[in-house]
Design a protein around this ligand. Structure first.
Ligand SMILES: Cc1cc2nc3c(=O)[nH]c(=O)nc-3n(C[C@H](O)[C@H](O)[C@H](O)COP(=O)(O)OP(=O)(O)OC[C@H]3O[C@@H](n4cnc5c(N)ncnc54)[C@H](O)[C@@H]3O)c2cc1C
Length: 383
């Protein structure tokens, strides 16, 4: 891994930095509702799109800049540095789009990719169900063939941004008699139809980021099967690998800024002279730096093998651990304000609880790292 940037990469960073300086995202609407906040992030993505910066990592034929992985890492670093929010359609940009590029037909790509970029059509991920989270292959949502269409019945849960979405990456069981990993199919489902009902779930933070999703006779045309009937497991893995690799990189940049802000508060309060705080902040600094380097190493591996590998699981696991440590130390440094509802630090503290669950729980990620990165034997659980 060589972290010396080429002239082209430095030029890329400079161009983006100039654009972000001239086009600041501005702060989130103060005390705004979930809808207002989402509108703000959508408008921000629209501005990125107009400036040609919505998804530099997408190939030029699909409206991106064909940026290298190093350049797309620089992109997330600069967005974080400018304190800009993640674009509203982050699931479409980082997961849905790349999945379509790998598995979709030319018609599917032409129809679905452009409005992901422009944030005209928001995407959500309908994988988890009440009895199928870590064990995704246990999912029960059924899709039945009916002429040229599929008819879907079942329930999804924790579906982030479903209330704003036009399309859902939906994995459903199409062959109940096949072995469970083989009987699945990956669809893109139109959310805007009578057979689909979305019920927001309010979280500990007070916001309704995710939802329950009920399908009762929802219809999906045959041409919106992605990657072939019965091949849903493989297609879903592409989505999950992109989630852990792409989002993992963006999130560790945000963690750095959170920690820098906490160090700044500690400095203002003269706490850096206190060995207790200095020791704890130094520990978090070292961990944050280690995860930054791991994220870069993951990118180098992706560059080598052409797609994200299981190493992304390590970054995701460590990010959630360190983010929780930072937000738990904050009340000791910031004081009672960090435990008062409605403040930034209390939000970060509460939101971080879900970090070790979303995008794969820490226990499951540890299994992946043990088996697929370290090559340890699979754990055999006694019957
Ligand atoms: C903020 C947030 C946003 C989310 N957004 C989405 C979304 O947009 N779309 C979507 O589809 N899902 C989403 N999810 C769901 C998320 O992917 C699941 O919560 C996650 O996969 C865990 O599944 P589960 O909740 O069913 O827990 P379970 O799988 O039931 O796990 C329960 C406990 O058992 C442990 N466990 C399970 N299996 C093993 C094992 N093999 N070895 C060791 N321990 C194990 C887990 O670590 C956990 O502690 C989101 C979750 C959160 C918190």
């Amino acid at each position: 891994m060589d972290l010396t940037f080429s002239g082209q990469e430095r030029a890329f960073r400079e161009e983006l930095r100039r654009w972000l300086a001239a086009n600041p995202s501005g702060p989130a609407p103060a005390g705004g509702s979930d809808d207002e906040d989402f509108r703000w992030r959508r408008a921000w993505q629209r501005r990125l799109y107009d400036g040609g910066w919505a998804a530099p990592h997408w190939p030029t034929e699909f409206g991106g800049r064909g940026a290298s992985l190093t350049e797309s890492a620089i992109y997330f670093e600069e967005l974080g540095r400018a304190r800009a929010p993640l674009p509203a359609n982050v699931l479409g940009l980082l997961m849905g789009g790349p999945t379509l590029m790998q598995w979709g037909t030319r018609e599917q790509q032409d129809r679905l990719l452009p409005p992901i970029l422009s944030a005209e059509e928001i995407w959500c991920q309908g994988f988890s169900e009440p009895d199928a989270g870590s064990d995704l292959a246990a999912l029960k949502t059924r899709a039945r063939h009916d002429g040229d269409e599929w008819v879907v019945t079942g329930q999804k849960v924790w579906t982030s941004a479903a209330q704003h979405s036009k399309w859902c990456m939906l994995v459903a069981r199409t062959d109940p008699d096949a072995p469970r990993h083989h009987g699945l199919t990956y669809f893109v489902m139109d959310m805007d139809q009578p057979g689909v009902r979305v019920r927001p779930l309010r979280q500990i933070t007070g916001e309704a980021e995710f939802n329950e999703l009920f399908m009762d006779g929802a219809r999906i045309p045959g041409e919106l099967v992605i990657g072939g009937v019965g091949n849903g497991w493989k297609v879903a893995l592409t989505t999950l690998m992109n989630e852990r690799a792409g989002l993992g990189f963006a999130l560790q940049v945000r963690l750095r800024h959170l920690l820098d802000d906490l160090v700044a508060v500690a400095a203002e309060r003269g706490l850096l002279e206190d060995a207790y705080y200095a020791d704890r902040l130094a520990d978090l600094h070292a961990r944050t730096e280690a995860i930054r380097l791991l994220a870069w190493r993951g990118l180098s591996a992706t560059e080598r093998y052409g797609q994200p590998g299981p190493e992304g699981s390590l970054v995701k696991w460590l990010w959630s651990d360190i983010n929780q440590r930072v937000t738990q130390l904050a009340p000791e440094i910031v004081g009672a304000e960090a435990l008062t509802a409605g403040t930034r630090w209390s939000y970060e503290l509460l939101r971080a609880r879900g970090n070790s669950i979303e995008g794969g729980t820490t226990e499951v990620l540890k299994n992946i790292v043990a088996e697929r990165v370290l090559g340890l034997p699979r754990l055999k659980v006694a019957a």
